[in-house]
Design a protein around this ligand. Structure first.
Ligand code: ASP
Length: 336
C-alpha cells in the first residue's frame, strides 16, 4: 500500500474513533479480540492477573472507579508471597535486597510512581499517594520509603525464606558458571522465562473512564538500584482516556528504549487495533535486538471501547480478562 493510501486509511479510522468519542459510536479496524462498548472490563498480565482481576471487578461491578479498581486489583499479587515477581516475597536484586517498582495512572493523566522502594508491601498504594498528595510524579529509594512511612505505611521484611532460597541458588549457579565477570555477562542473565513477571492492569469503568497500574520486584538478580520500565510512565504503563491504555512486561530495558506503552497507545490513536499496536512495538524490539533466544517482552492494550489485545516476542505470555459477559478468563497471547 502506498504511504499516501495508508495515511488516508489511518485518517479514516482516526475519524471513526473521534466519532466514537464524540457521538458514542464505535467503528474500528478488524482484528480486535473483542468489542464491549461502554461495558466495564479489566485486563491484566500473567495468570496472577486472575485473582487480581477478581478484586478489581468487585469495584467495577459496583459502579466504582477504574483508578480504585486497578489499585485494589494489583494489591492481591503484591501481598501474595507465592507470586515471586511482585511485592512481598519478590525476587531480590543481586545483593539480596527486594526493591520494588510501581506506577499508576488515571483518566485525567494524573500519575504517581515509586522506584527502588524497599520494605513496603504495597508500592502501588504509595504510588497512588504520590499521585494524590504530592506535586510530583516519581519518588525513588530512600525518599520514597520516607514518604511511605510518613503516610503511615509499615516497614516490613519482604524477603521471604523462599525468595532467599531462590536468590542463593541463582547466585550459586552464576558463580559456578563463572558468569560474574563483568556487567556485560550479568546482562545475559537478568531476565529469563522464569525469573520475572510484572503485573500490569488496565481497566475501563462504567463511566467509560480508563486507568492503569503496574507493579513488580523487577528482574531477578538485577544490580542494586536498577529500575526497570514498570514504574516509568510511558514505558511500563500509559493511559490516554481519549484513546486507550497499555502496559508491558518482560525485559524492561528494551521497553524503556521504545517508550513502549506510550507508543502502543499512539498507534491505537492512529487507527491500529490493540493487538496490532502491541505487535508493532514487539517487532521494533526484535528489529533492534536480532534473534536473542531469551529476550521476552509482552504488551497488553485496552482501547476506549473495551476492545483489547496483546502480543509478545516469545511463546508463554498470557493475560487475564474479566468482563460481565465472559467472567474471568486467561488468554494466551499471540507471539512473534
Ligand atoms: N518489566 C519488568 C522489569 O524489567 C520485569 C517483568 O515484567 O517481568 O523490571
Amino acid at each position: 500500500m502506498s504511504s499516501r493510501r495508508r495515511f488516508i486509511k489511518n485518517t479514516t479510522l482516526y475519524s471513526a474513533f473521534g466519532g466514537f468519542i464524540a457521538a458514542g459510536e464505535a467503528s474500528y479496524a478488524a482484528g480486535s479480540l473483542s468489542k464491549h462498548t461502554n461495558e466495564p472490563i479489566v485486563i491484566s498480565t500473567w495468570n496472577h492477573g486472575l485473582p487480581a482481576n477478581a478484586a478489581a471487578w468487585e469495584i467495577l461491578n459496583n459502579g466504582g472507579k477504574a483508578i480504585d479498581a486497578v489499585e485494589a486489583g494489583v494489591k492481591v499479587p503484591e501481598a501474595d508471597p507465592n507470586v515471586r515477581s511482585v511485592g512481598y516475597g519478590g525476587y531480590p536484586d543481586r545483593d539480596g535486597n527486594v526493591t520494588l517498582d510501581a506506577c499508576i495512572m488515571d483518566e485525567n493523566q494524573q500519575c504517581g510512581s515509586v522506584a527502588c522502594l524497599e520494605h513496603i508491601k504495597h508500592p502501588i498504594s504509595v504510588a497512588r499517594l504520590v499521585m494524590d498528595k504530592t506535586p510530583h510524579v516519581m519518588l525513588v529509594g530512600e525518599g520514597a520509603l520516607e514518604f511511605a512511612m510518613n503516610q503511615g505505611f509499615k516497614k516490613e521484611n519482604l524477603l521471604t525464606p523462599e525468595s532467599l532460597k531462590g536468590w542463593r541458588s541463582i547466585r550459586k549457579e552464576l558463580e559456578t558458571k563463572k558468569a560474574i565477570v563483568n556487567i556485560e555477562n550479568e546482562r545475559q542473565t537478568i531476565i529469563s522465562e522464569d525469573n520475572h513477571d510484572t503485573i500490569g492492569m488496565l481497566a475501563l469503568d462504567v463511566a467509560g473512564n480508563l486507568s492503569g497500574s503496574c507493579t513488580t520486584s523487577g528482574a531477578a538478580n538485577k544490580l542494586h538500584g536498577r529500575v526497570g520500565d514498570s514504574p516509568i510512565i510511558g514505558a511500563g504503563l500509559f493511559v490516554d482516556n481519549e484513546i486507550g491504555a497499555a502496559c508491558a512486561t518482560g525485559l524492561g530495558e528494551e521497553v524503556i528504549k521504545q517508550a513502549g506503552s506510550a507508543m502502543v497507545v499512539e498507534l491505537m490513536r492512529n487507527g491500529r487495533d490493540p493487538e496490532s499496536a502491541c505487535k508493532e512495538i514487539v517487532q521494533r524490539i526484535i528489529k533492534t535486538n536480532g534473534a536473542k533466544k531469551d529476550l521476552q517482552v509482552g504488551f497488553l492494550a485496552l482501547r476506549k471501547d473495551g476492545a483489547y489485545g496483546a502480543f509478545s516476542i516469545l511463546k508463554g505470555f498470557n493475560f487475564a480478562v474479566f468482563d460481565a459477559k465472559n467472567g474471568n478468563k486467561l488468554i494466551d497471547s499471540p507471539f512473534s
